[in-house]
Write a protein that binds this ligand. Structure first.
Ligand SMILES: NC(=O)c1ccc[n+]([C@@H]2O[C@H](COP(=O)([O-])OP(=O)(O)OC[C@H]3O[C@@H](n4cnc5c(N)ncnc54)[C@H](O)[C@@H]3O)[C@@H](O)[C@H]2O)c1
Length: 330
């Protein structure tokens, strides 16, 4: 599907990822972008300047009310389905989180079928793998939730449901879909709901207050941190491509320890504070593995997407954004 000249709707559009997709769509000469969001987790301030672009339309609506989707989908060619509850908000509010992630996805597809929307690109997650224990986790790796906290496992399960709702609607009604399984997304407009990436902001904030960064346990826990601009690019490429009914891991393929992450933040901020190691009890965690490697070979092969933003550059961008935010608050 062509991006230029077309109209798209982003569910959960005022999110960190929705805002970044919007930026990319505007650069790609889109005709109109509808940001459909009920503002339950975020607010229109999140998209800031973007809302002033005459091609951006903010619609307050709820994916749990299918009639609101029917109205908003007028003339829409493709939907980016980003509305969802991450592990942290889902753990805090399982009733609503499961409804949004599962029934919400049924509603999105039902509305797309009636309004003849061509394609849905779904924001899924590597949580669909759980903790595989494999040397390299690929799209075919089975879900293993046995060692996970219940909130993390429920989140993974809800994303597996979302992906399969998409496949079912493609098989039965011809609504095309692609599921993108993101690893830990970080970057500009970083919010405090993403359990892994919020650590970057917390660490930066401590350093900015001249407090020593805290590293949980031995700091050997690893994550695959992927910059939000790489995620937005994957969304546009998935929408543009002729491929459908597929799931792709969208990750850098590189595991970074918390020790290394803190080292990078200290270097960027020019700080010589010494980290403090602590065991933190009772924290909500997504995955706590010391080995993790995601293969991004499938998405590279099928839609030619590769990560472009090195971790140091991405973190420098996030810190610049955070400094700017702090200046505006003062
Ligand atoms: N951030 C990450 O690290 C990450 C990783 C993997 C997958 N994802 C997925 O990507 C998507 C976007 O992530 P994000 O970090 O930008 O999330 P976010 O929490 O910033 O955004 C979710 C958005 O959905 C909206 N929303 C919630 N319920 C709604 C409803 N019923 N109707 C309409 N809008 C509703 C919220 O108001 C919010 O703006 C989510 O589905 C998430 O599960 C994110």
């Amino acid at each position: 599907m062509r991006i230029a000249g077309n109209k798209f709707l982003i569910t959960g559009g005022v999110s960190m990822i929705g805002a970044q997709i919007t930026e990319h769509l505007l650069k790609a000469d889109v005709r109109e972008v509808v940001l459909f969001d009920n503002y339950s987790l975020s607010s229109p301030e999140m998209v800031g300047e973007l809302a002033r672009d005459p091609r951006v339309k903010l619609v307050r609506g709820d994916i749990l009310r299918v009639n609101e989707l029917f109205d908003a989908l007028d003339g829409v060619g493709g939907v980016f389905a980003t509305a969802g509850f991450l592990t942290l908000p889902l753990t805090l509010n399982p009733c609503l989180g499961i409804a949004v992630n599962v029934q919400g996805m049924v509603n999105v597809h039902e509305a797309c079928r009636y309004r003849k929307v061509d394609k849905v690109v779904f924001s899924s997650s590597v949580a669909t793998y759980g903790e595989t224990g494999a040397d390299t986790t690929e799209e075919s790796s089975p879900w293993n939730w046995s060692k996970q906290q219940p909130g993390a496992a429920l989140y993974g399960a809800s994303k597996i449901m979302g992906e399969n709702i998409g496949r079912l609607y493609e098989d039965r009604y011809g609504v095309k879909s692609i599921s993108l399984r993101y690893s830990s997304v970080y970057g500009e407009r970083q919010h405090l709901r993403a359990v892994n990436s919020v650590y970057i902001v917390d660490t930066y904030d401590r350093i900015a207050r001249s407090e020593r960064p805290i590293i949980p346990d031995d700091g050997l826990e690893v994550h695959d941190y992927i910059h939000v601009a790489d995620i937005a690019r994957a969304n546009l490429m998935a929408m543009e491509s002729d491929v459908s009914r597929e799931s792709f891991t969208v990750a850098t393929g590189e595991a970074t320890t918390l020790n290394r992450l803190v080292e990078i933040i200290l270097k960027i901020t020019g700080s010589n504070l010494k980290p403090e190691y602590k065991t933190l009890q009772g924290k909500i965690r997504a995955a706590t593995s010391k080995t993790m490697r995601f293969s991004n070979a499938k998405i590279a092969r099928m839609i030619d997407w590769r990560p472009e933003i090195p971790l140091e550059d991405g973190i420098a961008r996030l810190i610049r954004w955070r400094e700017n935010e702090a200046r505006q608050v003062r």
